[in-house]
Design a protein around this ligand. Structure first.
Ligand code: NAD
Ligand code: GLY
Length: 356
């Protein structure tokens, strides 16, 4: 097992990563917990619910199950109320602990419910998609969507532990693996060129979810995210680098309609575009751009963006959260493993769009 320690003003906690960790996750339940609320969806419950219930029952504590519907479209206020109904009907108190079992949707909404219920109760993340294991379960961003914007209602609220079982990834569709690997290679691009080279040398093993490389990739990703988040929990500076490839990626998701490409797929392609922009603006070498393109292709993400006219791209990117005062802001790489956030004028962005 590997353990990564996250240290933030909002809380310190361990991320425990191991094959088969699901069966031992009760080790993270605090002894003073009164009741445990297991929040998950029917898809994940059917696959792992019984095992998790068995593990939680070893604590001797009362376990309450709350099932929410599966899908991004249910990450909303209505589902949040379903969770609050379950917590209140079962008379959970301030010493109850929420256990969020599922992908980023379950993790984000359960974390936000934990932040709000009785002004904050403890919660544990048990992420079951690759994206949630390497990204959304770490760092304390919790949220629901609003009809006027994705993730617009939320809180920074850290879990008390993250329990990661890499074997649960074996039941994920291949597209979800590719989308999660896009976030894995992102950490190499923005903070650790050696890790990027390691990923490039291990793409076959990662695509096949072999134990040792998967364990290393998930652990290293969590370490790199934990480092960034520990420097800047509330994204007043450094944390923004985690959005490398996301300005183009969000434009692709919004322009095609959410769900057509998975978020990680759009980010994968967006990282190639951001690499080309980095070459134009801050001197990233052609060889490094090619390495990023090769890696995105090798993990099975799309490498060609939609063919839209440039004004459509600019409009869509203007909707991105990093657009400030009419200027477009991007995370850029002066070299592999180093990142900066800077504004770029529209003419330069269009010059780069012309390359695709
Ligand atoms: P998801 O939660 O929708 O999961 C994808 C699908 O896989 C779902 O149908 C789910 O039920 C299923 N699933 C989960 N685990 C499975 C398993 N082991 N085997 C088979 N099927 C399984 O999607 P996601 O990609 O995990 O998360 C996306 C969400 O994460 C978005 O809402 C996004 O906004 C959020 N997010 C949050 C952060 C953050 O920092 N909080 C970061 C990135 C993304
Ligand atoms: N996924 C971006 C962040 O956690 O800040």
């Amino acid at each position: 097992m590997s353990v990564v320690h996250v240290q933030t003003p909002g809380g310190n906690y361990p991320i425990q990563v191991a094959p088969g960790r699901l069966d031992l996750m009760a080790e993270s339940i605090p002894s003073d917990a009164t009741t445990l609320a297991l929040i998950t969806n029917p898809t994940v419950f059917a696959l792992y619910g019984e095992r998790v219930l068995q593990a939680l029952n070893t604590t001797g504590k009362k376990v309450v199950q709350i099932l929410i519907e599966d899908g991004e479209q249910y990450k909303n206020g209505k589902t949040l109320d379903v969770i609050f109904d379950g917590l209140l009907q079962n008379r959970l108190d301030r010493k109850a602990v929420i256990v969020a079992l599922g992908g980023g949707v379950v993790g984000d909404i359960s974390g936000f419910a934990a932040a709000c219920f009785m002004r904050g109760i403890r919660f544990i993340q048990v992420p079951t998609t690759l994206l949630s294991q390497v990204d959304s379960s770490v760092g304390g961003k919790t949220a629901i969507n609003h009809p006027l914007g994705k993730n617009m209602i939320g809180a920074f609220y850290q879990p008390i532990a993250v329990e990661i079982d890499i074997h649960v990834l074996k039941t994920l569709p291949k597209r979800e693996i590719s989308a999660g690997l896009a976030e894995v290679i992102k950490y190499g691009m923005i903070t650790d060129a050696d890790f990027l080279d390691w990923c490039l040398a291990n793409t076959d093993a990662l695509n096949a979810l072999e134990d040792e490389p998967t364990q290393y990739a998930v652990t290293r990703s969590c370490e790199l995210k934990a480092y960034v988040v520990s420097q800047d929990e509330r994204e007043s500076g450094l944390r923004a680098i985690l959005n490398f490839g996301h300005t183009f990626g969000h434009a692709i998701e919004a322009g095609l309609g959410y769900g057509k490409w998975l978020h990680g797929e759009a980010v994968g392609c967006g990282m190639i575009m951001a690499a080309e922009l980095s070459a134009e603006v801050c001197g990233l070498s052609a060889q490094s751009v090619q390495k990023i393109r090769d890696l995105v292709a090798a993990i099975g993400c799309p490498t060609e963006p939609p063919k839209w006219d440039h004004d459509k791209w600019i409009d869509l990117m203007g909707l991105d959260k990093k657009a400030e005062g009419g200027q477009l802001r991007f995370v850029l790489l002066p070299e592999l493993g180093k990142s900066v956030v800077q504004t770029v004028d529209v003419a330069t962005v269009k010059k780069v769009l012309a390359k695709f």
